[in-house]
Ligand binder design. Structure first.
Ligand SMILES: [Zn+2]
Ligand SMILES: [Zn+2]
Length: 261
């Protein structure tokens, strides 16, 4: 019997996001911002049969999170866990075979995995962060948020693994090539977390049991993995967390499967 959880960040960044998570006999995908074909390729490379996936959870309707959702759900007849406003915003995904409506903040079960959702500041209809738990192990996911809030920190506190957005380096964004309105959006309270903000969040929520931290949704233009890594490690060390492994998620390939027992 499998007692723990395992996960991989299959894709992460402004062109596509996806997380795989398994516990007990349940296999879930969170967000589908890459094509169904690319999903199949990446899952297979990790030794996961695409047909063994049990369901799909969508965090918000931005294209980098839903691009492949419709085709993937139809191809494998997957139930899609989604809240009403996100569903409303993802009409382009086409007809979904089975929609399981969720309400932000109301816990639900997806197979053997217990899921909690929480609201976050981002320019989408009803964007959510998530914690996934099974058998005392808990994984927290928070990408696509303009700032951290007490609620976000409460929910992520004490997780065994965290997937957190380290979107941009503030100076690189400032001096970079983006037009001013885009810079303003990214910096804004409904945009994306900078390395400094993300480090602050991680410092706030990291506990003794935090085994893995995955830095996610890095901007290709306004960030480099080294800067994100430095901010994350500094935040962890300031709290005396020297046992946490830090990984950087990528757009082009999955991170190796992470197992937590
Ligand atoms: Zn995104
Ligand atoms: Zn977004």
């Amino acid at each position: 019997m499998k007692t723990g959880m395992r996960f991989s960040v299959i894709a992460s960044g402004s062109s596509g996001n996806m997380v795989f998570c398994e516990a007990g006999s349940t296999r879930l995908i969170i967000d589908a911002g890459i094509t169904a074909r690319e999903t199949e390729k990446r899952l297979t490379a990790l030794g996961i049969k695409p047909s063994s996936i049990d369901g799909l959870i969508i965090t918000h309707e931005h294209l980098d999170h839903v691009k492949g959702a419709g085709s993937l759900a139809r191809r494998y007849d997957l139930p899609v866990f989604v809240n009403a406003r996100t569903l409303d915003g993802m009409k382009a995904a086409g007809k979904l075979p089975k929609v399981l409506m969720i309400q932000t903040g109301v816990p639900f079960s997806a197979g053997e995995i217990k899921v909690n959702s929480f609201t976050k500041c981002h320019d989408a209809g009803d964007p959510i962060g998530l914690t996934l738990s099974f058998n005392g192990v808990r994984i927290g996911i928070a990408t696509d948020l303009g700032l951290s809030t007490r609620l976000v920190e409460d929910r992520l506190k004490g997780c065994d693994a965290l997937i957190v957005e380290f979107n941009h380096d503030e100076e690189m964004l400032e001096s970079g090539p983006y037009p001013w309105f885009l810079k303003k959006r990214i910096r804004g309270r409904e945009g994306h977390l900078s390395n400094t903000q993300a480090g602050g969040l991680v410092g706030e929520v990291s506990g003794d049991n935090l085994r893995y931290l995955v830095l996610a949704h890095l901007s290709k233009i306004n960030n480099v993995p080294e800067k994100a890594m430095e901010a994350a490690k500094r935040a962890l060390l300031e709290r005396g967390r020297n046992k946490t492994s830090v990984l950087v998620a990528q757009e082009s390939a999955p991170i190796p499967m992470v197992e937590i027992s």
